[in-house]
Design a protein around this ligand. Sequence first.
Ligand code: FIX
Ligand code: ZN
Length: 426
Amino acid sequence: MERVDIAQAVTAAVNSQPITDLHTHCYTPKFGASPTPGGLLLWGIDELVTYHYLIAEVYRIVPSSHLPYADYWKMSKQQQADHIWQHLFVERTPISEACRGVLTTIMALGLDPNEKSLQAYRKWFSAQKPSQYIDTVMELANVDSITMTNPVFDDHERSIWETHPAVGDDPRFEAVLRIDPLLRDWPSAMDKLKKWGYDVRPDFSGNTVDEVRRFLCEWVDRMKAIYIAMSLPPDFRYPAPGNKGEAANRFIRDILMPVCADRGLPWAMMVGSRLQVNPDLRDAGDMSGKADIESVANLCSQFPNNKFLVTMLALENQHELCVTARKFGNLLVFGCWWFLNNPTLVEHITRMRIELLGTTFVPQHSDARILDQMIYKWKHTRGILQKVLIDKYTDIAATGFKITSEQICNDVALLMRDNFRNFIDR
Ligand code: FIX
Ligand code: ZN
């Protein structure tokens, strides 16, 4: 195949391949939808423009000395959106990736991205209904399944699951049991489990191991979770050193690994998020840090019957994560997470992953917090994937190997859907 034919085949394959989005913060409409207070499904222009990435960016223009954080948080959602639109999209060029994403989404919806106010967009969105709009977004993004993130230690979300057990039942969505406090704050997690009726103690005495396993199994079953997930700090270690680390080691060894192995569930480890370095920014207040790849290797090695779905937040960790994946078949590398989800880094990381892992990884997840973001996050990703694959197939063709359109389609299906589905046995 000539490069021009490869380009045509790759572009068609990547554009037509439905994506299984393996990590988002979107929800079925049964969880309630914005602007209803407490609605967990966030959608529409005011949510899109007040995405926490953009809050961080507007505070670089209007610092807290001019607009105290407390005054921003007292504003209505529309006032917050107007503030961000004015400073990031009207008075300055919306050139950052988070700004470009909003413009891509607006354009894909058939609206004019040059409006000086949000009124016209608000009028258009006022005519949309959440459930139908989910179909619109999935069609525009060509996404066939949206994977939720369901933090069981979030009191509001847990109460919804407890009062509406079928809340996750929507063929467009899958659920994920998210359990960060069990490693980030074991003692307070044990206090909560005790309040919820589990016979547990922070020192693991008594029935603690069985009771925490029961807790995990009951919620995996209630949610029909397709994997168990945690975000972990840069200083996560396995095994954790010293007495302080013993609880974490025991939780992983005696509880989490047996439950995941028994249920055939991957443990999704999202490693490197240092939370709330600026708490006044709320969701925008987290940052990244270089993490320890040896801990990932130790887990893959010590638990060969477990599956590890891993993404790391620091750019410095990406190469060593690829090398580790070459050593352990029970490790599936995924995504260019959060601060890595920028064209320059996505292209660099994806090229490296193909060169080291072939087609045995998952290039991206959207991490969409606002439903509409799936439109831009996947449009931008598809463009980069096309660029990288065209180069890689051209390199292979230059060896005399005969590339076919069928092979390209099969490879793209693996990268955008089937590697993940196969890993969770779906
Ligand atoms: O821990 C996570 O799931 C992170 O993705 C989020 O906490 C983060 O705020 C985010 O949405 C990044 O894109
Ligand atoms: Zn996330």
